[in-house]
Write a protein that binds this ligand. Structure first.
Ligand SMILES: [Zn+2]
Length: 146
């Protein structure tokens, strides 16, 4: 199973609930530990981004506050908050689909992993299925305007 398939499915599910369509999956050694979609509106929680929920669920699954050796797959460049959580969780590799020039915190904005105050930076790989992720977001926001 391609973890991006799970992340995209979670993003589409989020869109169906009126959430911004972002999905994330945490994987260790080929085992999926957690999959989550964006839920700020449903949970009345501005921190309920897909990455945060996936990290929390994966930590609960392994009963550890660190996800050493785990990789995170997400459909959009993480925001600064999520990049911080990814660092604290000691995620090994971050894979994301679309870049987010407006809200991203990895290759845009504060570039969290490149700061001297960041004590753990994952390996970062981006651009996977970026067109699909961008189309999903575009479709969601166009639908909201109409
Ligand atoms: Zn975020």
């Amino acid at each position: 199973m391609d973890p991006f398939d799970l992340a995209f499915a979670a993003a589409r599910e989020a869109a169906g609930l009126g959430e911004v369509p972002v999905g994330a999956a945490v994987v260790r050694d080929g085992t999926v530990l957690a999959v989550a979609g964006n839920r700020p509106r449903a949970l009345h929680d501005p921190t309920a981004h897909a990455e945060i929920l996936a990290i929390r669920a994966a930590c609960a699954a392994v009963r550890d506050e660190r996800l050493t050796g785990c990789d995170l797959y997400v459909t959009l460049e993480p925001c600064p908050m999520c990049a911080g959580a990814i660092s604290f969780a000691r995620i090994r590799r971050l894979y994301y689909a679309a870049s987010d020039p407006k809200g991203g915190g990895v290759e845009h904005g504060p570039r969290v992993f490149n700061q001297p105050t960041c004590h753990h930076a994952p390996e970062v790989y981006s651009g996977f299925r970026a067109g699909e992720a961008a189309a999903l977001l575009r479709g969601f926001f166009e639908g909201r305007r109409s």
